[in-house]
Design a protein around this ligand. Structure first.
Ligand code: PLP
Ligand code: COI
Length: 341
């Protein structure tokens, strides 16, 4: 298979149109059989539910070329399950798990030319989503939907690759108590746009969101969960009902415990504890684990002992083990690797 003529090692996290996408439409209470198509454009009624009331949920996962030349995805069953809980929360029909995994399999296989080669530093980002398509003007769920998934080759989410980031405590909230912070809905990202543009304008790479009710506990960033390492070598990650249950974070917790023999605590994390942390990482499909070197709270700087030049030692071990599993260099736990071909 001849690969696309792309400078794989120098791409960022952007959209590069690929040849094929998967589409299935929902009408009269059922999904059609779905198909791979070449048309990257969608024609919608001006009053479509997604356009008026943001009825859309999505997922993000990646395909990798392994050391031995296979093409695989990482835990797609968990993305299917999370898409199900997102869809239910926004009163949308569920796209069944087996169909989700089959759609991703067909999609990645069709786009083999766009799957970055092993060792290039790039991966294939997969974006499945569901949105309301029929006209809706009174506030209510749509009756018709589209499930669509496309792919785009991507490099690192943060410019500079693994250089430690500087983040700031946001004055905005990304989620409300009992709101939609724990699902992957487009609306959560729309409301974070002003906050991220403001953070960038002030010279920061990302926002640290605190819990909206008390503003004393650490939640997550706009696109990743937090993992901390305490000065005592313990891995700590925030537990909250208003953060997205990251598949990367859940996998890293397992890796920390079962591959690295580390103690892990998933619990509420107070902002005042930041002074006790030795390392901090942002974890997610796009972010993988991106190290944080500095946290700024309204001018007060908290400099992590891991510094601003490289990843902390435990973050690095977590990163190497997780990416080793994804790229086939390290044996994966049962069921984590879904082979496309
Ligand atoms: N938190 C938010 C708000 C996200 O958008 C993402 C990205 O999907 C994550 C966390 C990380 O989740 P995952 O590891 O499943 O990609
Ligand atoms: C992902 O990591 O898949 C996400 O959806 C995060 C997004 C900010 C790109």
């Amino acid at each position: 298979m001849e690969k696309k003529n792309i400078d794989w090692s120098n791409i960022g996290f952007g959209y590069i149109q690929s040849d094929y996408r998967y589409v299935s439409n929902y009408k009269d209470g059922a999904w059609d059989e779905g198909t791979i198509t070449t048309d990257a454009n969608i024609v919608l009624n001006e009053c479509a539910g997604v356009l008026q009331y943001a009825q859309t949920v999505f997922e993000g996962l990646k395909a990798y070329t392994t050391e031995d030349g296979r093409i695989v995805t990482f835990r797609p069953d968990l993305n299917a399950e999370r898409l199900e809980s997102s869809a239910k929360r926004l009163e949308m029909p569920v796209f069944p798990k087996e169909r989700f995994v089959d759609a991703i399999t067909q999609l990645v296989a069709a786009n083999e030319a766009s799957v970055p080669p092993y060792g290039s530093g790039a991966t294939l980002y997969i974006r499945p989503y569901i949105f309301g398509t029929n006209p809706v003007i009174g506030v209510k769920p749509a009756d018709e939907y589209q499930f669509r998934a496309f792919v785009t080759p991507v490099g690192p989410y943060f410019k500079g690759g693994v250089k430690p980031l500087t983040i700031c405590v946001s004055d905005f909230d990304r989620a409300a108590p009992h709101g939609t912070g724990n699902i992957k809905a487009g609306l959560n990202y729309a409301m974070s746009l002003h906050a991220i543009v403001t953070a960038h304008a002030n010279g920061f790479d990302e926002n640290m969101y605190l819990d909206p009710a008390t503003r004393t506990k650490v939640e997550e960033t706009g696109g990743a969960n937090f993992l901390f390492v305490t000065k005592g070598g313990k891995v700590v990650t925030p537990k909250s009902d208003s953060i997205l249950p990251s598949i990367t974070r859940r996998s890293l917790v397992y890796v920390a415990q079962h591959y690295l023999g580390l103690e892990v605590e998933e619990r509420e994390v107070l902002f005042t504890e930041m002074e006790d942390m030795a390392e901090c990482g942002l974890c997610g499909t796009a972010a993988v684990i991106s190290p944080v070197g500095k946290i700024v709270d309204h001018g007060r700087e908290i400099c992590l002992p891991s510094g601003m030049t490289e990843m902390g030692p435990i973050t690095k071990k977590l990163y190497d083990t997780l990416t080793g599993i994804q790229m086939g260099r390290i044996e994966a736990p049962e069921g984590w690797i879904h082979v496309i071909r």
